[in-house]
Design a protein. Structure first.
Length: 242
């Protein structure tokens, strides 16, 4: 989506230059759209840094948009909200009204991240009060941040609390996952190759057994082996009880 806004910003800039060169009043409206797309694409580049737009930075017709982009790039959620509240004419434009909510959502998301950074546990109501937004919206933003991997935490919806995972817990979980994967990989390798080794060992065992039998029979029943040792002394008669 940011790529689309980047293209839109480039188009609005070219349109602004054309209207400005032609002396058309339409340049003011297009300049507002240029500022809006700068925020939508999450850029930290000041749209008034270029020589073409710099002359209009303090123009009262776009002062509200200038203040908005300044607050956005400084992550000042309170100033951003105040500017929108005090300049309702900004959202009178259909294009701005249609897309400003996305900018506001991005601002509030950044505000949540910034606000919860020093805490390991917090309530949704606390964040809502600080940002002056509803608790359901805070919960929605927190859920998005967790799914996006930007916030490692668990939400208790019963009591409205959020507990962040400690860095040590995250590292321990990752280490266990890696260890488990390594064990599974090793076990898979053993199962894949174990049957071959087992057959080879069995073959060697049978061959060795036959060789030993051959040596034994040669020694006992003839051939070039030693003859059985003769028993010394008279043989004792087996007692039969008769």
């Amino acid at each position: 989506m940011s790529e689309n806004w980047k293209e839109a910003q480039s188009d609005f800039f070219e349109s602004f230059r054309n209207f400005d060169e032609a002396g058309s009043l339409q340049r003011i409206q297009v300049l507002k759209y240029l500022v809006l797309t700068t925020m939508l694409m999450g850029s930290n580049i000041n749209p008034f840094d270029s020589p073409e737009t710099k002359a209009y930075q303090n123009d009262p017709r776009i002062s509200a948009m200038t203040d908005l982009v300044d607050a956005y790039q400084r992550d000042d959620i309170n100033k951003y909200e105040a500017i929108l509240q005090n300049n309702q004419d900004v959202v009178a434009d259909p294009f701005i009204a249609e897309n400003i909510d996305e900018v506001t959502r991005n601002m509030r998301t950044k505000g949540v991240l910034k606000l919860v950074a020093p805490y390991t546990r917090f309530t949704l109501a606390f964040i809502a009060k600080q940002l002056k937004i509803s608790t359901p919206e805070v919960q929605d933003i927190v859920g998005f941040l967790i799914l996006d991997g930007k916030l490692k935490a668990k939400v208790n919806q019963m009591n409205g609390t959020v507990e962040k995972e400690r860095v040590m817990d995250v590292e321990r979980t990752q280490a266990v996952d890696q260890w488990t994967s390594a064990i599974q990989s090793l076990w898979s390798t053993v199962l894949d190759s174990g049957e071959g080794f087992r057959n080879e060992e069995q073959g060697q065992g049978m061959g060795g057994g036959l060789s030993m039998m051959g040596d034994f029979s040669g020694q006992t029943f003839g051939g070039e082996g030693k003859q059985p040792r003769k028993q010394k002394g008279p043989m004792r008669k087996l007692y039969t009880g008769t």
